[in-house]
Design a protein around this ligand. Structure first.
Ligand code: FAD
Length: 305
């Protein structure tokens, strides 16, 4: 089947694009590699999405997916590894060996967690190093944990961990935190939260194959100390998941799709939307805005070709 629009990535941007494209009468295939809903499915609490004062991320993701499915969006699971663009037809290939054809492709592949880049970090994933408190926090209930980072996600992770852990160290390389001020107030008021700034984590130390401590270096003086922890939750930003699409999209130096708000790329019929696009704010609201813009740009492209 030749789809009008193939969407790569089933997060908020991709799901919104599917809803808009189906409501415009276009045939749509939505491809997702892991779980529909994207990053927000890992958030225990979303309270900044207009019209929905409080909802869990998983529930919001489920509602977005239900809405797309109710509009007869086709879906499939697969990791897209390449897009071939020949004679106006896009062939989308997956690592699993499947291929799909469409007249347009919207790349809404989002972003994934950035690592600290320390020796041993990869080996200790699941053994004390984690990038997701919702997923792994429960393993360290009652323990001593650290969160590395100063943005919204780091604050959210630390809040969640402080509900279940005895002590939560929040380690940030700057004195000021970038994340939401309300979240900062809630977090720093908690008795089991200790803020360590301005500090860099310079080494990870394991005992019996699991993380036992980290080395902290004062960002000003360089003075080092060792901090014993049961787990380290790394929340130092995201990197865009566009490695497979560098040949069809213009990318910024840090790997984001260098496209404007209309989400249109120089390659006819290829669009990019959501957290993978270069922009200053990466939130649900901006992801769904991109999904709508990309779908409507794709519909306009289909009308004139
Ligand atoms: C813990 C956490 C809490 C957050 N809390 C909030 C909040 O309270 N409020 C708020 O506004 N925002 C919040 N955010 C940010 C928000 O979740 C993101 O801005 C939003 O999910 C971005 O949507 P997206 O669709 O662009 O990308 P993503 O959500 O990253 O979705 C991209 C999807 O594409 C899939 N994918 C990637 N590559 C491929 C491929 N090659 N083939 C197939 N599929 C692929 C991924 O598996 C993923 O499902 C939070 C984020 C996190 C991590």
């Amino acid at each position: 089947m030749l789809y009008d629009i193939i969407i790569v990535g089933g997060g908020p941007a991709g799901l919104t694009a599917a809803i808009y494209a189906r409501r415009s009468g276009r045939t749509v295939l939505l491809l997702e590699k892991e779980g529909f809903g994207g990053q927000i499915a890992f958030s225990p609490r979303v309270d900044n999405y207009p019209g929905v004062p409080y909802v869990s991320g998983a529930e919001l993701a489920e509602q977005m997916l239900s809405q797309a499915l109710a509009l007869d969006t086709d879906t499939d699971i697969g990791t897209v590894c390449a897009i071939r663009n020949e004679n106006g037809v896009k062939t989308v290939l997956t690592e699993e060996g499947d291929s799909y054809t469409g007249r347009c492709v919207i790349i809404a592949a989002g972003a994934r967690h950035r690592q600290l880049g320390l020796p041993g970090e990869n080996e200790l994933i699941g053994q004390g190093v984690s990038y997701c408190a919702v997923c792994d926090g429960g393993f360290y209930a009652g323990g001593t944990v650290a969160v590395a980072g100063g943005g919204d996600s780091a604050l959210q992770e630390a809040l969640l961990l402080s509900d279940i852990c005895e002590t939560v160290y929040v380690i940030h390389r700057r004195r000021e935190f970038r994340g939401d001020v309300e979240k900062q107030k809630r977090l720093f008021a908690r008795e089991n939260v200790r803020v360590l700034t301005p500090m860099n984590i310079t080494a990870l130390h394991a005992r019996d194959g699991a993380l036992a401590s980290v080395t902290l270096a004062d960002a000003g003086t360089g003075a080092e100390r060792e901090l014993a922890v049961d787990a380290l939750f790394v929340s130092v930003g995201m990197v865009p998941a566009l490695g497979a699409f560098a040949d069809v999209l213009p990318l910024t130096n840090d790997g984001y799709a260098a496209l404007g708000e209309d989400c249109i790329s120089p390659a006819a019929g290829i669009f990019a939307a959501g957290d993978c696009r270069a922009k200053s704010v990466r939130q649900l609201t901006t992801a769904v805005a991109d999904g709508a813009c990309a779908a409507l740009s794709a519909c306009r492209y289909l009308e004139v070709t």
